[in-house]
Design a binder for this molecule. Structure first.
Ligand code: LLP
Length: 373
């Protein structure tokens, strides 16, 4: 296959899904897959076949989820800027729940649903003001943030969701950030949820049957081969131990990265090894248009040379061909001596790799190849 391409290990994906099922067995938990992490059809269909729900953030993702086998009723639809057309179509499709991100949106969903004589299921996405201690581009739960409804508007939001026509208030939604590796922020989240549930029930007589605590569980980018599966036990135990829900309500999760990141590698070929002043620069045929995480978040991805037979090592920068200095996958990386034609694997690229790719410099997409089907 021509490089660059994404290689997906579907056997690892299945093992990951099995682990999640085992860790949630016996609890009224529903795990949604955040389609934005990777919308590859084989991946999305595999997740759908395993009984998960879908977390979508555009009508394109909602349509894709349904096409790949998710029941509309298993779809949660979040996003700060849902347009009227998107809301209208999602109501027609009878999706499971709108996760509503502002009071303004609540009014619009109510108006659109009423005009169709329909009822839209809604949950309030609340901003619990928790610092997830992750990259500032992917922390989302702080008080003043474009996501979610700030807690100081909670009373107004609860009152509106109780009184506006065309709405069925199902519950509450939270999402505090991404690539979270300690359980402290989730414990804190559980503590924040309790008084909110009390207020909804006792203050407003609302019956909450849906609490969605979002996603964000991180993965081991340093040692992907040693730790290919995230700490789902620790993650779900945190909720089992810290969050008591009202009778009859279901706890929902929206995991993206932890489901798909480790099953994907970006496979790329070395075009040139260029001698610099002090170091050598490995120029590969994948660019930031294929995997933007290192350029956008200074993210680390482990890189391995799959073909070098050399037992000698050297220090390299690994860069793509795009006309931007940020198009760099690694700096000062020690690899076996690397030559033109060698094949490199950029690991942990299954989440937010292909799905964030672009055509910058009029470059092609890296297609998908599957192993372990
Ligand atoms: N739910 C909501 C409402 C979200 O906004 C997200 C991710 C998720 C669930 C899934 O989060 P996960 O389990 O994958 O952490 N492009 C960035 C990550 C952006 C995450 C956006 N929201 C990256 O490459 O690190």
């Amino acid at each position: 296959m021509n490089t660059p391409y994404y290689q997906y290990d579907i056997a690892l994906l299945r093992k990951t899904l099995d682990t999640i099922r085992e860790e949630t067995a016996g609890y009224d938990y529903k795990v949604h897959y955040a389609i934005k992490a990777n919308s590859d059809e084989v991946i999305v269909k595999t997740v759908a076949e395993n009984g998960f729900g879908a977390d979508c953030v555009s009508i394109g993702e909602v349509r894709h989820a349904i096409k790949c086998g998710f029941a509309a009723s298993d779809i949660a639809y979040a996003g700060v800027g849902k347009t009227d057309d998107e809301i209208s179509e999602a109501i027609d499709l009878q999706i499971g729940c709108f996760n509503v991100e502002s009071l303004e949106e609540l009014h619009i969903i109510s108006e659109i649903a009423t005009s169709k004589n329909a009822v839209a299921n809604v949950a309030l996405r609340l901003n619990p003001d928790i610092d997830a201690h992750t990259h500032h581009y992917i922390t989302t739960g702080l008080a003043e943030n474009k996501f979610g409804i700030s807690l100081h508007l909670l009373d107004e939001a609860l009152m509106l969701s109780k009184t506006l026509p065309g709405l069925k208030m199902r519950g509450l939604h939270f999402h505090i950030g991404s690539q979270i590796l300690t359980m402290e922020p989730y414990k804190l989240l559980c503590e924040r949820i309790k008084p909110i549930l009390d207020k909804a029930k006792n203050g407003y007589g609302l019956k909450i049957d849906y609490v969605n605590v979002g996603g964000g569980l991180g993965i081991d980018y340093e040692n992907p081969l040693v730790n290919p599966i995230s700490d789902f036990k620790g993650f779900f135990n945190t909720f089992k131990e810290n969050l008591v829900l009202p009778q009859g309500s279901q706890l929902h999760f929206e995991l993206g990265r932890a489901i798909v990141a480790q099953c994907g590698s970006l496979i790329t070929k070395v075009i040139y090894v260029k001698r610099g002043l002090e170091k050598q620069i490995v120029i590969v045929d994948a660019g930031m248009n294929n995997l933007i995480r290192p350029a956008l978040y200074q993210a680390y991805h482990k890189i391995e040379n799959l073909t070098s037979k050399s037992s000698d090592r050297a220090v390299y920068d690994v860069v793509g061909p795009i006309c931007e200095s940020a198009d760099t996958f690694a700096e000062n990386l020690t690899l076996p001596v690397t030559s033109r034609g060698d094949i490199l694997a950029i690991r942990s690229a299954g989440a937010y790799g292909q799905s964030m790719s672009s055509h910058y410099n009029m470059r092609n997409d890296a297609p998908a190849q599957y192993v372990g089907l």
